[in-house]
Structure formats: structure tokens, C-alpha cells
Design a protein around this ligand. Structure first.
Ligand code: AQP
Length: 336
């Protein structure tokens, strides 16, 4: 039996941070040899909220270079840009027409993001989960790494696939594969440096709330110096009254490669004045190899272009096949 296929992506909305790395990209890298990986830059998703056209292409290239700098290996992973494979948009339209509107209106993430945007909320934001379903179903993915916030969307993907198969496929010959979630051992949820109860996020207006993967050492030092802490001496994990403390210790654990027990013992008698320089040094050291590799990769634009050309070809070979099967099942004629 061949390897199982995994699909995942990050939106090219700039400010790639430790949450994107520890919660997503590093996990892909660690598990990559076990699976056949299709990893994309989700640039169609990026315009479901207001975006800056001048930034979109350069943010896309930055993200591809970061994927490679973080350790994605082209022997195991196909890297491509979502908008380069037109089947994503086309399947979205076809699946839109079999997805009940109320399924989309029930999505928690839509409700949360729509509230923030008021009257400017786009139909694209409502439709985001159908695009996500298309991303996954086009590649007949076996597994999709999902965090808590995306679980509901993966459920919806399964519902859409099951509905399509039920309506348009032979009972013994489903057209679309139902994907399963890929649950990692310890889902790292990285919280904001400014508020330990909010997740670290690209769209937070304050750059001091996150450590970006490409922040230079002096900026990392400044951000950690300024980050929110508490007045208590002795640092502990898992105290609900001390979310910032738990977050910073978790980050230190993940970046140092030490175990939680080791860090708990090391930091139990520390004050912030002692911990912060240690955490700063560890963060800078962990990001240094990524930043160096990133510099080398971006110096050779033709290399990045060739990665994306190959990626697109490999992705299209699978995506177009699924799209053709879907269209045939729906009764479309083939172009002459
Ligand atoms: N704080 C986080 N902790 C752990 N994982 C995180 N991810 C994002 N933030 C954290 C994971 O990164 C991947 C890419 O996410 P995305 O680009 O699709 O958008 P997102 O989840 O909405 O990420 P952001 O940074 O919070 O972006 P904005 O601010 O634009 O909404 C996903 O696997 C995600 O779980």
C-alpha cells in the first residue's frame, strides 16, 4: 500500500509567526517522510478578507521560501500555489451548488469573522469552507492536519463529499474520498505576547503581539522584553490565572527541544528577569538556521520559480483528474 496523502496550507497574509511555525509548518516537516504531502499557499483564501494587492505576490513567495527554509523536503512534499491550479476555483463553484446555505451559515468561524467586519462581509468569507472542501477533495486527501478552529470545516468537507457521492456517484464507486483529521500528539496553540488568552495571529494590528519568523535578533529581544507577564516569582505551567506564563514556558519548551518536565524544573524558582534573557537567546538560536536558509533561498528567484512550476504540474495532474470525474458525474459533456 502507498503512503497516505496529506494536504494543508497557510494563507499568504504576511507576518508569518511562531504560531504558524509551531502549530503547522514544523509539524508538517516532522511527519513529512511518513506521508505524500501536498502543501500549498492558500492565496484564494487570503482575499476572503480585505487584502493588499501589492503584497499578495511577494507574500506568496516569502511563504514558499519559508516552507523550504523550515525544512520541507521536495522528495516528500509537493509545494504549490492554490491560484495556480484553476481546478480549486472550478470545483468550488460545482460544490457550491450542492451545499445547503444553512450549513455555511452555521460555521462558527464565519460568525466570528463576520461580526468583526460588519456590513463589509463578503460572500467569499461565507463560502470559505467550500473552497477549503475543494482544496482537500481535489487531491483525494486521506488526512488533513487540523487545529481546533478548523475541525468544524473538516466535518463540513466530509459532509459535502458524502452528499456529492450520495447524489451523483454509484454506491460502490464514490467519486470523492472522505478525509480524516490528522491529530498531532501535542497541538501547540501559541498565544499572543500581549495577551495570553488570545491566539498569536498574523492579523493582530500590534506587531509586538507576535514573534515573526523573520524578525532580526534585536527585534526578538525587544518584543520579549516588552511582552506581558505577571508579578509572581516562580514560573509554572497550566495555572489558569497565569496564561502568559504558561504560553511563554510552552514556547520555551518547544523552541529549546527540552521536555515540559525539564522546563518546569528549570524555571520553578525563576523570576521574569532571569527567564526572559534565556527565552530570548533560545528563540534567536532556534530561528537562526531558518533565517539563514531563507536568505539563501530568496537570493535565487529562479529556484523558487522552478519549485512552483514543478509543484503546479504535480498538483494539476491529480486535481484535474478529480475535477474531470466530478464533472462527468454531474453530467457535463467533455470539451471537444
Ligand atoms: N497562534 C497559533 N498557534 C498555533 N497554530 C497557529 N496557526 C495560526 N496561528 C496559530 C496555524 O497556522 C496555520 C496557518 O494558518 P492560516 O494562514 O490559514 O490562518 P490562521 O489560522 O487564521 O492564522 P493567523 O496567523 O491567525 O492568521 P490571521 O490573523 O490572518 O487569521 C494553520 O494551520 C493554523 O492552525
Amino acid at each position: 500500500m502507498g503512503k497516505q496523502r496529506v494536504l494543508s496550507g497557510v494563507q499568504p497574509t504576511g507576518n508569518y509567526h511562531l504560531g504558524n511555525y509551531l502549530g503547522a509548518i514544523r509539524n508538517w516537516v516532522e511527519g513529512q517522510s511518513e506521508y505524500e504531502n501536498y502543501l500549498f499557499v492558500a492565496d484564494l483564501h487570503a482575499i476572503t478578507v480585505p487584502h493588499e494587492p501589492k503584497q499578495l505576490a511577494s507574500d506568496t513567495y516569502t511563504l514558499v521560501a519559508l516552507y523550504l527554509a523550515c525544512g520541507l523536503d521536495l522528495n516528500y512534499s509537493t509545494i504549490f500555489v492554490q491560484s495556480h491550479v484553476s481546478a480549486h476555483s472550478e470545483l468550488t463553484w460545482l460544490l457550491n451548488c450542492i451545499t445547503p446555505l444553512n450549513w455555511l451559515q452555521d460555521m462558527i468561524q464565519f460568525k466570528e469573522k463576520a461580526v468583526k467586519q460588519g456590513e463589509n462581509v463578503s460572500a467569499g468569507l461565507l463560502d470559505y469552507p467550500v473552497l477549503m472542501a475543494s482544496d482537500i477533495l481535489l487531491y483525494q486527501a486521506d488526512k488533513v492536519p487540523v487545529g481546533e478552529d478548523q475541525k468544524q470545516h473538516l466535518e463540513l468537507t466530509r459532509d459535502i463529499a458524502a452528499r456529492f457521492n450520495h447524489l451523483f456517484a454509484q454506491p460502490d464507486r464514490p467519486v470523492l474520498k472522505l478525509p480524516d483529521p490528522l491529530i498531532r500528539k501535542e497541538g501547540a496553540r501559541v498565544m499572543s505576547l500581549a495577551d495570553g488568552k488570545r491566539k498569536m495571529s498574523k492579523s493582530d494590528p500590534s506587531d509586538l503581539s507576535r514573534i515573526n519568523l523573520l524578525d532580526p535578533p534585536d527585534q526578538i529581544q525587544y518584543k520579549i522584553k516588552r511582552c506581558k507577564t505577571d508579578p509572581i516569582r516562580g514560573l509554572t505551567f497550566d495555572d489558569p490565572e497565569r496564561p502568559e506564563c504558561n504560553n511563554l514556558l510552552t514556547l520555551y519548551t518547544l523552541l529549546s527541544g527540552k521536555t515540559k518536565e525539564e522546563v518546569a524544573a528549570e524555571c520553578q524558582d525563576m523570576g521574569w528577569g532571569q527567564f526572559k534573557p534565556l527565552f530570548t537567546e533560545t528563540t534567536i538560536a532556534a530561528l537562526k538556521p531558518i533565517q539563514e536558509k531563507y536568505q539563501a533561498i530568496t537570493e535565487d528567484k529562479s529556484y523558487l520559480e522552478s519549485v512552483l512550476r514543478d509543484g503546479r504540474e504535480k498538483a494539476e495532474a491529480i486535481a484535474n483528474q478529480t475535477l474531470a470525474q466530478v464533472k462527468a458525474a454531474l453530467g457535463y459533456s467533455t470539451p471537444l
